[in-house]
Design a protein around this ligand. Structure first.
Ligand code: FAD
Ligand code: NAI
Length: 475
């Protein structure tokens, strides 16, 4: 096989595989190399998202939510079940099946779009007149020459200092998605997205979960009203969250983990747990790429330095996704992948960082787009906001899921929607309407005048828009 390509994509996570497919659609000869394999060496394209991120976490969230419903909510519907048991091994193996379906789906898409896939680890060898020479080591060992390279190598979990992950007692997201039996006591460092989602999974299955968070307040990235409502819901569920803590020591003796910390009030505390998940953010992954061979620069936090269009310091090398600045989200990586492929093909593409939605798949779900009320006020913008509780929404009542509300923030004069914040059932799906309205620079009144099907949860969005103008119909 002649290994000369127009474009080589390194990494087949959501950034890389989507970039490869879009570039192939645009008539380029494309290769994609990825090093993720199972223990038997079988390729597992899809990156963090497919293998140890978005997809497996949502599979476990679904299984554990069914268990929670059977234990605590079926009775309200007149359904009696007794002796509800969770077979953790089966739950994990179902999750693995879901992951495999996605791995295979990506391999199918590569074939369909004529993207040549190489399983192995890529490293830059040199830049020559013909383009970039990249060495692939592994199952599909090869030397590839490409005129253009897109780096999409993703990120890795950040460990606590002096507490390496062993994935048995000290778990990153990888181990946290594979705990063979429900731990009695589970500690989590970091009440961010992973801490809340995976804390919810294991709490629903019976673990006594304590989350220790360094920030002085809970969920500071979200709108304050949403964070307050979320804290109330998690407290009620028994998910213990302590904010403002400082971890002073953590010891792993292989059987249990002891964490010493100072509370927000300066008191010394100790927590002993069977397992500890460390979810304090992620770091860009560039190890082994040999970027020095071609001169690609990193910034002072280790991200590949790029401009607003994902161009690196070297002409014809682009970088996208978690390995570059911006939110570490699969859909952000995908958008950058499409945009870069289109730019390479001479098209104009734009990724609006102001309309990238954030979602936390807990129960209740939390989703937002745009700015929080606090951010807008700090910017000195005159705003008005409207809120509508799911308690007053007919569909939510019929579902028996009435926690939370939808909130819309609009410019006080123009009525343009500047932020949308939802906590409640299916917030992850409902947020799309607010993303769309913001993309079109629409006003709250636009949403209020659109016919929403009845009875749906989306009527809460319409009512929140009406609330901006202080004229809700159902409250
Ligand atoms: P990655 O998905 O990390 O893919 C990079 C790929 O490159 C990997 O397969 C890696 O093996 C490969 N690679 C690296 N170096 C080389 C090399 N030298 N040669 C060959 N291959 C290489 N985001 C969401 O939007 N929604 C969610 O619900 C969500 N849930 C998450 C849950 C968890 C537990 C975690 C950890 C993350 C979650 N994320 C979620 C974040 C999401 O997974 C990442 O933002 C996304 O995967 C980034 O995509 P990427 O393509 O940049 O990198
Ligand atoms: P995160 O950035 O969401 O949260 C990390 C939390 O740890 C923060 O609240 C931070 O204040 C805290 N923290 C940092 N250092 C600490 C310390 N020493 N002690 C105590 N607390 C500390 O990162 P997380 O949860 O690790 O997730 C990583 C990335 O994966 C995120 O960027 C997120 O975007 C992505 N992800 C997205 C999901 C989604 O979209 N639903 C789900 C899971 C992950």
């Amino acid at each position: 096989m002649e290994n000369k390509f127009d474009i080589l994509v390194i990494g087949a996570g959501p950034g890389g595989y989507i970039a490869a497919i879009r570039a192939a659609q645009l008539g380029k000869k494309v290769a994609c190399v990825d090093m993720w394999t199972d223990d038997a060496g079988k390729p597992k394209p899809g990156g963090t998202c497919t293998n140890v991120g978005c997809i497996p976490s949502k599979a476990l969230l679904q299984s554990s939510e069914h268990f929670e419903q059977a234990n605590h909510h079926f009775a309200e519907h007149g359904i009696s079940v007794s002796d509800v048991k969770m077979d953790v091994t089966k739950m994990i193996s179902r999750k693995e099946t879901v992951v495999k379906q996605n791995n295979e789906g990506i391999l199918f898409l590569f074939k369909k779009n004529k993207v040549s896939f190489f399983s192995g680890k890529a490293s830059f060898a040199e830049k020559s007149d013909a383009g970039f020479k990249v060495k692939v080591e592994g199952k599909d060992a090869a030397e590839i020459t490409a005129e253009i390279v897109i780096v999409a190598t993703g990120s890795d979990p950040r460990p606590l200092p002096n507490l390496p992950f062993d994935e048995k007692s000290i778990l990153s997201n990888t181990g946290a998605l594979d705990i063979p039996e429900v731990p009695k006591k589970l500690g989590i460092i970091g009440a961010g997205v992973i801490g809340l989602e995976l804390g919810s999974v294991w709490r629903r299955l019976g673990a006594d979960v304590t989350i220790l968070e360094a920030a002085p307040a809970f969920l500071t990235a979200a709108d304050e009203a949403i964070a307050k409502e979320a804290k109330k819901a998690f407290d009620k569920q028994g998910l213990k969250i302590e904010v403002g803590v400082k971890i002073t020591e953590a010891k792993n003796d292989g059987k249990s983990v002891k964490i010493a910390y100072d509370t927000a009030g300066g008191e010394k505390q100790e927590l002993t747990v069977d397992k500890l998940i460390v979810s304090i953010g992620r770091i860009p992954f560039t190890s082994g790429l040999n970027l020095e061979a071609v001169g690609v620069k990193l910034d002072d936090r280790g991200f590949i330095e790029v401009d607003e269009n994902c161009r690196t310091s070297v002409q014809n090398i682009w970088a996208i996704g978690d390995v570059v600045r911006g939110p570490m989200l699969a859909h952000k990586a995908e958008e950058e992948g499409v945009a870069v492929a289109e730019r390479i093909a001479g098209m104009h593409a734009h990724v609006d960082f102001g309309t990238i939605p954030s979602v936390i798949y807990t129960s209740p779900e939390i989703a937002w787009v745009g700015k929080t009320e606090k951010q807008l006020k700090e910017e000195g913008r005159k705003v008005k906001s409207g809120q509508f509780p799911f308690m007053a929404n007919g569909r939510a009542r019929a579902m028996g899921d009435i926690t939370g509300f939808a909130k819309i923030i609009a410019d006080a004069e123009t009525d343009e929607v500047l932020g949308g914040h939802i906590i409640g059932p299916m917030a992850s799906e409902l947020i799309s309407e607010l993303v769309t309205i913001m993309e079109f620079k629409g006003a709250a009144e636009d949403i209020a005048r659109i016919c929403h099907a009845h009875p749906t949860l989306s009527e809460a969005i319409k009512e929140a828009a009406l609330a901006v103008d202080k004229r809700t119909l159902n409250l």
